[in-house]
Design a protein around this ligand. Structure first.
Ligand SMILES: [Mg+2]
Length: 231
């Protein structure tokens, strides 16, 4: 039999219908928390470190967790007035192939994500954006990493010259947003931030245009989103 939440008669893990509650905001969530009792570095790398964390489970039993410590990153949905999006193609050694991604990069220590988004966009594509709106943040793999990627929508684009890092080789594509979303739904794009970005862009557009991804609607959402962020 499952243990019962001490704050409530509900057994832990039982489903209960209710309005959405953000993680950590639920009255019963404290019964789920693990207590950190120790932490030691086990790996220090070029991009991330790994810590081994000793915890006490809600039952009091001990457990160990390996956690990848990452500085965080930004990614940019750069959308033109003609509803086209900028994509970068680059070789990724982890998968041993070229992937299609939205422009992105790691945060420098202490760097503001908005500044990083503008910097990465300019470095990888040469683009400058009149408006940058933060649309959402993703935790890329909550089971073992603290990496957060902040996604921005960049509009009002003007193009200069790209200046990627010395160890960064990439090609830049410009494709219709509708084709991009189709490619994601067709399984042709596997990069997580890029998949999320495509689906978010599509969802935002559809909320304004239930009949589909209309150029006019996309323009509207861009203006609204950008306006909110600037405020
Ligand atoms: Mg990059």
């Amino acid at each position: 039999m499952r243990p019962t939440n001490p704050l409530h008669e509900q057994p832990l893990g039982e489903a209960e219908a209710r309005a959405f509650t953000r993680g950590g905001d639920g009255a019963l969530d404290s019964a789920l928390e693990e207590t950190i009792v120790g932490e030691k570095p086990v790996f220090s790398g070029l991009i991330f470190d790994v810590d081994r964390i000793s915890v006490a489970l809600p039952s009091g039993a001990p457990a160990e967790r390996d956690v990848v410590r990452h500085p965080g990153a930004v990614a940019v949905l750069a959308v033109t007035e003609d509803a086209e999006i900028y994509l970068v193609r680059q070789y990724r050694v982890a998968l041993d192939r070229v992937t299609v991604e939205i422009p992105a990069g790691k945060l420098d220590p202490g760097e503001d994500p908005l500044c990083a988004a503008r910097r990465e966009l300019a470095e990888e594509t040469g683009l400058e954006a009149a408006s940058m709106a933060r649309i959402l943040t993703i935790a890329t793999s909550v089971g073992f990493s603290d990496e957060l990627i902040h996604l921005y929508l960049a509009t009002g684009l003007t193009r200069g010259v790209a200046h990627p890092d010395e160890d960064e080789f990439l090609n830049v594509d410009v494709v219709p947003v509708a084709d991009f979303v189709d490619a994601v739904l067709d399984g042709q794009v596997e990069d997580a931030k890029t998949v999320v970005g495509a689906l978010a862009l599509d969802a935002i557009s559809r909320r304004l245009a239930p009949s589909g991804l209309a150029d006019a609607a996309l323009d509207e959402v861009i203006v609204e989103e950008a306006g909110e962020d600037e405020a």
